[in-house]
Design a binder for this molecule. Structure first.
Ligand code: RIB
Length: 305
């Protein structure tokens, strides 16, 4: 594996080709829904977050991801290249590229089923050399053993470790102890803490210095060593919420790697995530820095400490 010497953000995670159908509503178990438009989009939480960090600007971004040697890989790799993401690709001739099957409703909600394919074969030994990396950004669409090994290696190398604990699952204590910043939505937060107690009480249960809980259109809150931050959401006309969380994570880490305060990074990440909801697709929906700047300039949204 090559060194990532020029990189300051390394994302290690999944790359999927998303098969997306729009429909009036998401089918209930046993129900068939007649949908409308069908399209494929480059996706996968790892690849989406790398694209978000790269489009945010200011930091060189690399992605460690696994692919099959098939036609599904090419559109994902083209999207990563176009965004300026440096790719550490691990390739498997006998395993397909990851895919995701997504129904997007007219209410802009989605239901996603992932077939991990090559993502499930990313191993601890695939981690590139961390020289020059300031932030490692991880998710949970690759094996938990690899996520844990990458986090531990980064902690040893004094790289800041950011985990977006998505999709929801319980986490081993050893992994939690290697993380500097945890980002979860409300469902993922409940998977880690249960649902008893107030949000603040549950935040204190997690042995991670900084924890951000995203709250959809209501914004997000953060527990930090210096206290609590709250960022209201940005009102937009949502058409597809796919990759809004990924946009938040990538833009947040890019801002932190540029030396922005957490409060400033939360504001940028929230604005970018809102913009991602106004466009269709995963990587196709992720805004660049100028679009985020324009929304921030037009908005009176503020941090309430
Ligand atoms: O977070 C959105 C992503 O989840 C989609 O792009 C899909 O590939 C799944 O990984």
């Amino acid at each position: 594996m090559n060194s990532t010497q020029a990189s300051s953000i390394l994302v290690a995670g999944s790359a999927n080709l998303d098969f997306v159908v729009r429909a009036p509503h998401i089918p209930a178990p046993g129900e068939t829904v007649l949908g409308r438009e069908f399209r494929t989009y480059p996706g996968g939480k790892g690849a989406n977050q790398a694209v978000a960090a790269a489009r945010a600007g200011g930091a060189v971004t690399a992605l460690l991801a696994a692919f099959g040697e098939d036609t599904f890989a090419a559109p994902i790799e083209a999207s990563l290249r176009a965004a300026g993401v440096a790719l550490h690709a691990v390739r498997f001739a006998d395993t397909p590229t990851g895919t995701a099957f997504i129904c997007v409703s007219d209410a802009a909600e989605n239901a996603i089923t992932v077939a991990p394919g090559a993502n499930a074969r990313l191993e601890p030994t695939h981690l590139p050399v961390l020289t020059g990396v300031s932030h490692l950004l991880l998710q949970l669409e690759i094996p938990l053993a690899s996520v844990s090994a990458y986090a531990a290696a980064a902690r040893t190398a004094r790289v800041s470790v950011v985990l977006n604990a998505a999709p929801a699952q319980a986490l081993p204590a050893a992994l939690l102890s290697s993380i500097d910043l945890l980002i979860v939505n409300e469902g993922e937060f409940a998977a880690l803490t249960g649902s008893h107690g107030t949000l603040d009480e549950r935040l204190q249960q997690l042995p991670v210095p900084t924890v951000i809980v995203t709250l959809g259109e209501r914004g997000c809150i953060a527990k930090t060593p210096a206290g609590r931050l709250q960022q209201p959401g940005f009102a937009v006309q949502a058409v597809d919420t796919t990759a809004a969380g990924d946009t938040f994570c990538g833009v947040l880490v890019a801002a932190l790697s540029r030396g922005e305060t957490l409060a400033g990074a939360l504001r940028r990440a929230s604005a970018a995530a809102a913009l991602a909801c106004t466009r269709h697709g995963a990587q196709d929906s992720i805004p660049d820095a100028s679009a985020v700047d324009a929304l921030l300039a037009a908005s009176s949204s503020t941090i309430n400490p």
